[in-house]
Design a binder for this molecule. Structure first.
Ligand SMILES: NC(=O)c1ccc[n+]([C@@H]2O[C@H](COP(=O)([O-])OP(=O)(O)OC[C@H]3O[C@@H](n4cnc5c(N)ncnc54)[C@H](O)[C@@H]3O)[C@@H](O)[C@H]2O)c1
Length: 321
């Protein structure tokens, strides 16, 4: 198969590219390299097109001979998307519109990368299932921009399914972590590990009792492949980790695994994001639908923290175990 991956120079896209190449597919990456890095693809044989998914002409040219499209290009990370609202909204809406339009003409199946952010402030004690309501906050609050943008992307895809039976599968990623992820755009694990390795304080926003789950990038790539190979057309699948952990606990585990002298510093949301910042207090996916396809994760959260620490130490030339 010839697969085009939008956002393929990003964290998740480059790992999907590596897996597809390993399986014998030909891969073209379409990425504007805004947060992506060519270096991530250095050891993989792929064609890289430096282009913007918001340009119809670029998308048309890039997916010309594709047998499949994996659409991951997006302005990612809530803090980063808050600063780049226009890019966040337009990349998701125009990019997805362009891809689906070309895919329709050429009859190309598409995998769409959505996000747990679409559930908004839903903070229930039971794991979130794909059919749960979404509860997104006030449209003026910038921290919800990413949620609205990803929701619009999903709606475009679901409308295409209804309108012309588009061959689309949607994966809703919950926090994905692993070696090679950048902390520059607000992702918590690489930020904490970097600071712990330097012996700096770990800034925990709010009181740190908010919970999340984290999935290993290797497991996420396997989950995407499972959805792609065995998922239903037109269906949505949660893709995420199972172990719910508070951000306080996450920070302590990272301090422990890095044998760091760092301490935790609680920082009020307002100080970092300005007034009105909102986020869910709990977030855990039900992956029953995904597991029914035969998917089983390999890594625990502790395994992945160890993998991230090792890769960051190696990058810094620090080879302590
Ligand atoms: N990382 C996570 O925890 C997570 C969670 C939920 C959803 N997602 C979704 O997964 C996808 C990949 O995320 P990631 O973590 O790899 O982020 P990333 O920032 O590493 O990758 C996104 C890529 O898209 C590219 N890009 C941005 N705007 C573009 C444009 N206009 N045209 C072409 N390329 C553009 C960037 O350069 C980057 O390489 C995104 O759609 C994101 O919304 C990620």
């Amino acid at each position: 198969m010839h697969v085009v991956i939008t956002g393929g120079a990003g964290f998740i896209g480059s790992n999907i590219a590596a897996r597809l190449v390993e399986e014998g597919h030909t891969v073209t990456v379409l990425d504007d390299l805004s947060t992506g890095q060519r270096g991530r693809l250095a050891s993989i044989e792929v064609e890289v097109i430096d282009g913007d998914v918001r340009s119809f002409a670029t998308v048309e040219k890039s997916v010309n001979n594709a047998d499949a499209i994996f659409h991951l290009a997006a302005v990612v990370g809530v803090p980063y998307a808050m600063k780049h609202r226009w890019d966040s909204v337009t990349t998701n809406i125009l990019g997805t519109y362009n891809l689906l339009t070309v895919a329709r003409r050429r009859d190309i199946p598409v995998f769409i990368a959505s996000s747990s952010a679409i559930y908004g402030k839903l903070s229930q004690s039971t794991p979130v299932v794909e059919t749960d309501d979404v509860v997104i906050g006030n449209t003026h609050i910038a921290s919800w921009t990413y949620s609205y943008a990803k929701l619009a992307e999903e709606q475009l895809a679901l409308a295409a399914v209804q309108e012309w039976s588009a061959s689309v599968k949607i994966g809703r990623f919950f926090n994905v972590i692993g070696p090679g992820q950048s902390g520059a755009y607000g992702m918590v694990v690489p930020r904490f590990v970097t600071r712990a390795l330097r012996g700096e304080r770990l800034p925990v926003y709010g009181d740190g009792t908010q919970t999340r789950t984290f999935a290993d990038i290797e497991d996420v790539v396997s989950a995407v492949m499972t959805v792609w190979e065995r998922g239903e057309w037109g269906a949505v699948y949660n893709i995420g980790g199972q172990e719910e952990v508070s951000i306080n606990d996450l920070a302590h585990r990272i301090i422990h695994k890095t044998q760091s002298r760092s301490t935790i510093q609680h920082v009020a949301y307002d100080k970092v994001f300005g007034t009105g910042f909102e986020e869910p207090t709990r977030r855990r996916p039900s992956t029953a639908k995904l597991q029914a396809l035969g998917y089983t994760p390999r890594y625990t959260l502790n395994d992945t923290i160890i993998r991230v620490v090792a890769s960051m130490r190696e990058k810094a030339g620090d080879l302590r175990p």
